[in-house]
Every structure is written in C-alpha cells, then in structure tokens.
Design a protein around this ligand. Structure first.
Ligand SMILES: [Zn+2]
Length: 481
C-alpha cells in the first residue's frame, strides 16, 4: 500500500485564484467550501495535495494516461496485493521521496484445464496499466525495478467554472473522479441494475466481435448465468452489470497455428499453435493494448466503478486468463461453457478475497493466510466451523469442515477447509467456509443498506449495519480514486 505523508490543506494565496466548484469535483481531503465566488477579491482555494494517476507501462516506456482529483473518502477496499508487487517512487524536486507498491500485473495466468481441474499456466506480458496516488508537487514518478520513469508537473492552479479542473504545470489536467451520475461514456450501457445500496459492478467488454448486437446478447447471457448460478443466485441484487462496446474488424482472434494477422479491439491471441499444449488455452492480449482501447477501457472502468472486468472472447474454444487493469481483476473467457465456471471462481478472488485451494503452482507459505486457506492449524480462520468429530489435519475424503492439507499452491503445510470447493476445481460449488465468506460480503452489498452484521458463526443471519443508507454513502470500490 502506498505510504503517504499526512494530507494537509494547502492554501494558495495569490492573484489568479478562482472559484472552485466543489460540487462538481467532490470534496477531497482538507478541502473547504470556497467563500463567495462572486467576490472580485482574490480567494484562498484549497488545491489537492495528492492526485491519482493512471499509468501505462510498456516495456520500459512509462506514460501518464489520466489524472484525477482524489475523492475525500478513498475507497475502503483496495485491491488485494497479489503474489508479486513492484515498488514505485515519487521523487520531488527537493529530493523528498515517497514510496508505494503496486501489483505487478505483467503476468497473465490460466488456472484450469478444460476438464475443470486445476492446472496453472502463467505467461508474462511486457505491459500493464495501473494507478498510483502521488503528491501534487512536481517530481519524477518511477518504477525502479523496471527502470522506467516519467516526469510530473506540479498542480499549480485551479481553473474556474464547473468545467474547470486543476491543471498541472506540465499541461496535464486533473479530471474530477467520475460521479456515476453524468451520462455514460459512448458505448457504455447498463445491462442489469440493482436496488442495493452498494452492489458490485461487473463490466463486460467484447473481443473479436464485429456486431455489437451479438455482443450485448452474449453479455446478457453471461450476466444471467452469473445471477442464476447456484453460488451467487441468492445475491443477484448484489450485482450491476455493464456492457461497453468495442468493435473489432475481425470476428476471430489471432491463432499462431495459421499465423494470419488479425485486427481486434484487444489484440487477444491463443497462447500456442499446438492444440494439445496447456499454453494454447492462455488466451490473452499478447501485446500492450492500443492507446485507443486503453483509454476507452480506462474511462469505462472508472465510470462504472468496475469491481471486475470480463472480456468475452468470441471463440468456442476453451481458454482465458486473469490479470489486472488499473488494479481491477480482469478475466478473459471464451464462449465455451466452462468459461462460466471460471468467472464464478475468479469472482471468488476478485470480489470475495478468497485464495486458491489447489496445491498446484509455486508455494509461498508466507502468503498462505486468507479466509479459506491457512498454515496455522491451531488458529484456523474457520475454526468455529470445523466439524467437531473431524481430526486436524483432516484425512482426504472426509466429509464436513476440517483442515485438509494442500492449498494455496502448497502441497504441504497449508490447509483448506473442505475436501473440495469451487476455489479448488470448477466442477463443484463453494465449500461451507467460502459460502460463509460469500454471505458476509454479498449479504450487505445485495441489500438496501440496512443489512445485518457480518455472519461470523456460519448461520445465515442477514441483517445489519455495514453500510448505512444515506446521501453520504460511499461504496467501497476496487479502483483507486
Ligand atoms: Zn472453499
């Protein structure tokens, strides 16, 4: 997480200061309501001490693709750090350095074989799109491990009028964080709404679709499959689904098997020409997204406050990956039926903070603790749910809840709550512990706002108080604002 100096209100005195429309930008930390804006006297105006940057890294090239005024109430839930983090630094002109970390999203991974069993395959990609919260002063933003840096101007003035936004001395402009109340960006539409106070937002986008009508039909099908699944169906009101159009020239993705060039919105390709190799199913954007696609997806994800992005790839063949865009989990899935199960599993990661319960992959016991995996036999997060007659550790195949060895990519020393679970293989539903996590997270977020306390004891209590209804409600969002 970022390490920032305390935010202080900065008072800018001077001749050119102008009214600042707080209602348009939201009130960020330390802000104050401007005094009479019709006065001709110079006014003191608060400028943001931090800005949110959206950045694109492609190899060693780093560029700022957007900048936002931070909201007064930063989101409660930041993206869960992945196994790999990169340090970033911001060095001001006076040499002061601020450091932070970001998930290294330069990998894409596929978790399951076509038969639904875990079979991890990972691939590196040379690019990523991410966000960082940095001071408003001039300086240099860098990702030292990659050897990439970009100079940033100071935010020096605040333009007047509702359309105004703080400008930086390098010419960039800070935009207000999207309020969600303005008209949607071009090509963005809501597919399915919710009456809940703080539902999750799912943004669905098309790859290799030439016909947006066909895409929206497919997107509605995916949304319906999710809200009618046995796992998430009880919490259908916990979702808002959005679709954003991206027209591709070609209706199929690049296949190294025939090597024919393709022009598609996301440049997704099959991972290998060999139909029998595990790499074949790693269906991912091999090269950096085009600037146009990056920008449109960035704006769409920001506007919809996407908690997860689903890229529907127009092919019947099984495959897909998960990776990150702006710190938001994105998943590529195809039209293959198994893709639906992959989505439900990936939402377990992206929305419920659940870990993988399979043991295939690179073991790191230091990162084994999660709601559904643990290395601590004597302090299991789900100890209240353990079936009293089950020994710990629990032999394979035993019914009920216990501590089954092998989880979180480790074959030994890390435990999972049940013999099997959707977080272990695709053919099964959530184990009781993951189902409780689902209730704890979705219960409040699928309700009108006065849902009950999180269920700590395994009973389906519903009811109260995580999110209070009201005009000042700020819903947790995965995106950094
Ligand atoms: Zn589970």
């Amino acid at each position: 997480m970022t390490q920032m100096p305390n935010r202080r209100a900065a008072r800018v005195a001077g001749g050119f200061l102008i009214a600042f429309i707080v209602s348009a930008l939201g009130c960020f930390a330390g802000c104050s309501t401007p005094s009479d804006s019709s006065s001709s006297a110079p006014q003191q105006v608060t400028i943001p001490q931090e800005r949110i940057l959206d950045l694109k890294l492609d190899g060693q090239a780093l560029k700022v693709i957007g900048a936002y005024v931070p909201q007064s109430n930063p989101s409660g839930a930041q993206p869960t750090p992945g196994p790999d983090t990169l340090e970033w630094t911001f060095t001001a002109a006076d040499g002061t350095t601020v450091r932070g970390t970001l998930d290294d999203a330069r990998t894409a991974e596929s978790e399951f074989a076509p038969n639904g069993s875990s079979a991890r395959a990972e691939v590196s990609q040379p690019w990523m799109v991410f966000s960082a919260r940095v001071p408003s002063t001039a300086g240099t933003f860098a990702v030292p491990l990659v050897g990439a840096s970009v100079p940033l101007g100071a935010v020096t003035q605040i333009a007047s009028g509702a359309s105004g936004a703080p400008a930086a001395s390098d010419g960039s402009t800070l935009s207000p964080a999207p309020a969600g109340t303005e008209a949607p960006p071009d090509g963005v539409r809501k597919l399915r709404d919710s009456s809940a106070a703080c539902p999750f937002n799912v943004l669905i986008v098309p790859e290799a679709f030439t016909d947006m009508g066909a895409f929206r039909t497919r997107a509605e099908q995916v949304a319906n499959d999710i809200v009618s699944s046995s796992e998430y169906g009880t919490y259908a009101n916990g979702f808002v689904f959005w679709a954003q159009d991206f027209v591709s020239r070609d209706g199929s993705i690049f296949d190294p098997g025939d090597n024919r060039p393709k022009s598609t919105a996301f440049g997704v390709s099959f991972g290998s020409a060999d139909p029998n190799s595990a790499e074949r199913r790693i269906i991912y954007p091999r090269n950096a997204l085009s600037d146009e696609t990056t920008d449109r997806l960035r704006i769409g994800a920001r506007y919809t406050k996407a908690d997860i992005i689903l890229i529907i790839v127009n092919t019947p063949e099984y495959g897909g990956v998960k990776s990150q865009f702006l710190g938001i989990t994105y998943v590529t899935v195809t039209n293959h039926a198994q893709g639906n199960r992959v989505i439900l599993h990936e939402m377990g990661h992206g929305l419920l903070s659940l870990a993988d319960e399979y043991s295939y992959g690179t073991c790191d016991r230091g990162r084994a603790e999660s709601p559904n995996t643990s290395a601590k036999l004597d302090a299991l997060p789900w100890r209240d749910m353990v079936t009293p007659t089950n020994p710990l550790p629990t032999p394979e195949g035993t019914a009920g809840v216990g501590a089954f060895e092998g989880a979180a990519y480790c074959t030994t020393g890390v435990y999972r709550p049940a013999h099997t679970c959707l977080m272990k293989e695709l053919s099964t539903g959530f184990c009781p512990v993951c189902a409780r996590q689902l209730r704890n997270v979705f219960g409040p977020r699928s309700s009108g706002g006065d849902a009950g306390a999180p269920d700590a004891g395994g009973s389906d209590s519903g009811g109260g108080g995580l999110y209070n209804p009201g005009t000042s409600l700020v819903c947790p969002t995965r995106a950094l604002f």
